[in-house]
Write a protein that binds this ligand. Structure first.
Ligand code: 4AD
Ligand code: MG
Length: 461
């Protein structure tokens, strides 16, 4: 179908141009003489106003259409006499491509995000979700732009894996065994040698371990792919399927890792300001007042850094009763993370050097024998945006840590080989893409930045 996208029309159209556009009706308003139809094709936030004059052939059929109906309109652009838009489209022909049944769930203005989650297949038609998914695409592009610009090689790490990177036992198992007739070994347990891969396999929780393979040959790599976690949490920040960006780079320590993470977040924000201006204006006005100014301040600020041990002291002295009591050795909870970034630091804050007892086996052990060289980047409203570390590259230390964490050395012998054959200091991190989107758009729930969210008890579509 020959047509001009509405984005291009609004940017470059001039009075007198003959054009054909196609899209879905945002609103229809009919007065006695003229009718106004706002048409949007999703290429941009704004719609084109089609002004249907009195006496236009098929006028009644067009003006009885409702929000959601699809039209193709051919006509001429004219300077708009009204405020709100520079150009109107005066039609010479209107074709109704698809009527919209009045039962459409996105008819009601002001429909809540919660309601729209139940009709996720229709919600991209709303202003908010159109803006969210355009922003999501722009920021994906910005991810590749950032790493490519710095010489990082993109790695496609496997989705099906036999490694549990985070060791948290939150993997979705993948099997072709008949669950009603599981083969048993002599010990009475399921015999996975008869499963598809001949061993237990699952969906990846992180591409890190495999990214390390490539980083220890090509020096600088990154992954950007889906990850899966069978965490039973139903918080607004957890999804069972989410996308993660994981750079991994050789000849690097925790400071290099932090610097890269800070530059990366700032690059994504700068890209947002430059390429998502219209959608960001909407988020700023309608989703979180003042969002843009806050993000602009973050893009200019130097991120803070605090050691975990110091952070515990700050929390103990905060003069608050915490729902989850704080003490050295315990992980930080959302309430602690938010206090640290929102009230204590008032900016994004790296918490570094957590106790080794609460972190995975692959992190570099600090000389104090108690902590590991890791970082969590906390940001206001969202909490943990990034988790990363310097990796343990010293073979004896790694083997010791694997033992301590109850990890089967044989299963990870390939990982140890990377330390056996030319080991080097290296580091990396993972940024949760949906968390970044929540931060950038002001959306409060991770389910509202994913097309088809997967959370406990829900995997529709
Ligand atoms: O802190 P995490 O678990 O770190 C890793 O997986 C490391 N292997 C990363 C690395 O060093 N290469 O996860 C990284 C980030 C978190 O900071 C958070 O933003 C996001 O992934 N994340 C989730 N996002 C949505 N839903 C969940 N269930 C998430 N779990 C983690
Ligand atoms: Mg983490």
């Amino acid at each position: 179908m020959e047509r001009i996208e509405i984005k291009e029309l609004l940017a470059k159209g001039k009075a007198g141009d003959s054009v054909t556009v196609a899209g879905w009706i945002k609103s229809v308003r009919a007065s006695k003489s003229v009718g106004f139809v706002h048409l949007n094709d999703g290429s941009t936030f704004d719609s084109v106003q089609v002004v249907v004059p009195e006496g236009f052939a098929g006028r009644d059929a067009v003006l009885k259409q409702i929000t959601g109906a699809a039209l193709k309109v051919t006509g001429t652009l004219v300077a708009s006499p009204a405020k709100g838009q520079a150009l109107d489209l005066e039609p010479s022909a209107i074709e109704i491509l698809g009527e919209c049944d009045p039962s459409s769930p996105v008819q009601k203005a002001g429909t809540s995000f919660e309601f729209l989650r139940g009709v996720a297949h229709m919600r991209p038609r709303t202003n908010t979700f159109g803006a969210v998914f355009r922003t999501r695409a722009e920021l994906s592009f910005a991810v590749h732009e950032f790493f490519r610009g710095r010489g990082f090689v993109m790695a496609h790490t496997p989705i099906l894996t036999t490694s549990d990177c985070e060791g948290a036992g939150e993997m979705f198992q993948v099997t072709t065994l008949d669950l009603d007739k599981l083969p048993k070994g002599a010990d009475g347990r399921t015999d996975f040698s008869r499963d598809f891969f001949g061993e237990k396999c699952a969906l990846t929780v992180s591409g890190q371990l495999e990214a390390e393979i490539l980083a220890l040959s090509l020096s600088k790599v990154y992954t950007f792919g889906p990850t899966f976690r069978a965490e039973p949490s139903t918080t607004p920040r957890h999804a069972a399927e989410f996308w993660m960006i994981e750079p991994e780079f050789a000849f690097a320590d925790l400071k290099d890792d932090r610097d890269l993470a800070e530059a990366f977040v700032k690059h994504l924000l700068e890209h947002l300001f430059k390429h998502c201006e219209r959608d960001l204006r909407f988020f700023d006005e309608r989703v979180e007042k003042g969002l843009r100014a806050k993000l602009e301040a973050v893009a200019k600020a130097e991120f803070g850094v605090i050691e975990y041990t110091k952070a515990i002291e700050v929390l103990e002295k905060a003069g608050r009763t915490w729902e989850h009591p704080v003490s050295w050795g315990k992980d930080l909870q959302t309430e602690h993370e938010r206090y640290l970034t929102e009230e204590y630091a008032k900016r994004p804050l790296f918490v570094i050097d957590y106790p080794r007892s609460i972190k995975p086996f692959y992190m570099y052990c600090n000389d104090d024998g108690k902590t590991v060289a890791c970082m969590d980047l906390l940001v206001p409203r969202v909490g943990e945006l990034i988790g990363g570390s310097q990796r343990e590259h010293r073979l004896p230390r790694l083997l010791e840590r694997m033992k301590e964490c109850g990890i089967d050395e044989n299963a990870y012998s390939w990982y140890a080989d990377l330390r056996r054959f030319g080991t080097v200091p290296h580091a990396g991190f993972g940024l949760g893409f949906e968390r970044m989107l929540m931060y950038a758009t002001g959306m409060q729930n991770i389910r509202d930045v994913e097309l088809c969210p997967r959370v406990p008890g829900f995997a529709k579509f």
